[in-house]
Design a binder for this molecule. Structure first.
Ligand SMILES: N[C@@H](CCC(=O)N[C@@H](CS)C(=O)NCC(=O)O)C(=O)O
Length: 197
């Protein structure tokens, strides 16, 4: 399997983290977003949206971190990481949606603006904080987000939450989120965003 990857990307890290937790080896193909490699005709044939991550597995091309998490969890992780029954499945998808909305467009966007990108920092910070409040409330009464074990719901939300302080969003008011980040980090196979696997 090949992951088209940009090391600082939270979305790419979601895929790398799942691979690491599953103990799966794969090739990393760096895509230099700064040099515009994601806008070349060759890359756009892989992902017409011009974004990473993209996964290639035996000729199958999957783009978007959520789609990659679902694919890898189902193909290589069994039902543990993405339950089969409707209740568990819906709960997981709910948190995948939070990751793609308030967390990505709040915290992820705040990172982007702080690195020189354009946007309204106050507005995206508020949106990120709303996402953290929702996570914190859920985690006040349970260990993991969706069901009673670590799933791709946690893996999709974790990078944004754990790296929020680097986007200027403190976790001090979100003690349950902090506890949960620690739980993810103590899971066997865990790698941080700078890890190589
Ligand atoms: N919803 C997509 C978002 C992917 C995304 O925003 N990727 C960024 C890096 S984190 C990217 O490739 N940006 C380059 C661009 O949009 O030109 C996912 O979760 O994979």
């Amino acid at each position: 399997m090949t992951l088209y990857d940009f090391a600082p990307s939270h979305n790419c890290y979601k895929a790398r983290l799942l691979f690491a937790l599953l103990g799966i080896t794969y090739d990393r193909q760096p895509v230099d977003l700064m040099a515009g490699v994601n806008r070349t005709a060759e890359f756009l044939r892989l992902n017409p949206r011009g974004q990473v991550p993209v996964l290639e597995d035996n000729g199958l091309v999957v783009w978007d971190s959520t789609a990659i998490l679902v694919y890898v969890a189902k193909k290589y992780g069994g039902t543990k990481w993405f339950p089969d029954e409707p209740d568990g499945m819906a709960r997981v998808v709910q948190w995948l949606a939070l990751a793609q909305n308030d967390l990505l467009h709040g915290i992820g966007r705040a990172h982007w603006i702080r690195r020189g990108g354009t946007g309204d920092l106050e507005e995206v910070t508020r949106r990120g904080q709303r996402g953290l409040r929702i996570l914190d409330l859920q985690l006040s009464s349970r260990t993991w987000l969706a069901v009673d074990c670590l799933t791709i719901a946690d893996i999709a939300c974790y990078p944004h939450a754990a790296l929020a302080p680097e986007a200027g969003i403190s976790l001090d008011d979100y003690t349950n989120v902090k506890r949960w980040c620690g739980d993810v980090e103590r899971t066997s196979g865990y790698v941080d965003i700078r890890g190589n696997q």
